[in-house]
Design a binder for this molecule. Sequence first.
Ligand SMILES: [Zn+2]
Length: 297
Amino acid sequence: MTGFASLPPVAAAGPAHDELEVLQDIHGVLAGERFALLTGAGLSTDSGIPDYRGPGAAPRAPMTYQEFVAEPENRQRYWARNHIGWSELRRADPNEGHAAAARLEHRGLLTGLITQNVDRLHEDAGSINVVDLHGRFDQVVCLACHRRYSRGLLAGVLEELNPGFLERALAAGVVEMAPDADATVEDGGLIKGFVVAHCPACGGTLKPDFVYFGENVPKDRVERCYAMVDRAGALLVAGSSLTVMSGLRFVRHAAKQGKPVVIINRGQTRGDQLATIKLHAGVSGALTWLAAELPPL
Ligand SMILES: [Zn+2]
């Protein structure tokens, strides 16, 4: 295996000199404002969760919603990989960036937090007003009756249905771990024997409760995010390349309202042209600095 679970959270270093200058500009834009915070995978990399779009990320084609519902074999492959991925991902701890985001909220500086991450680390760190834009990995939903179940309880059911699977899969080698608890396994034969679980209430198809590629974010969830931006004086994006429209639209929304957009990300983003200030940096250190330096409201 990759040693994923043994990666310690990386301590955020203090900002370098040129970073500090940009941070002071960001301070000038955000001081005195309540702002909306939009976070992505770059925030969780310091918790050992890989970013599948960041610099150096391996090319990867996640299963689409249409593929998932079309074939039982696809669901079998998906659940087998998710079973492995979940067993690793659930052990991740929030890092200093998550802690800083929670401090920003507790000091009254945020109108809300929108995260594209499904790992629930913001909630673990103490953030309260969070929209999990792309859903949450710790729940599953029945596609037939829409009941939701704990992923942790499902893990026990999958264990009973597939005794010894996890040990054999990890011994076979986990090649890649993805932020949505998907894992790539080399041994196809192992996956062919995997038994999936069904909804205990109606026997329907269970799916992790997050938004797949090819699936829309629920409308009420999007509206909650727009409302956070509407109430804000600015938008701060941290650790997202804004590759998908589900996050980029909030940048466009803020820009259209003439509100400053600040982007902190390692690498380019699709929102860079709309940014008032862009800082190329890791997000843990930058958010920690901002949470310490911005005056309370
Ligand atoms: Zn059901």
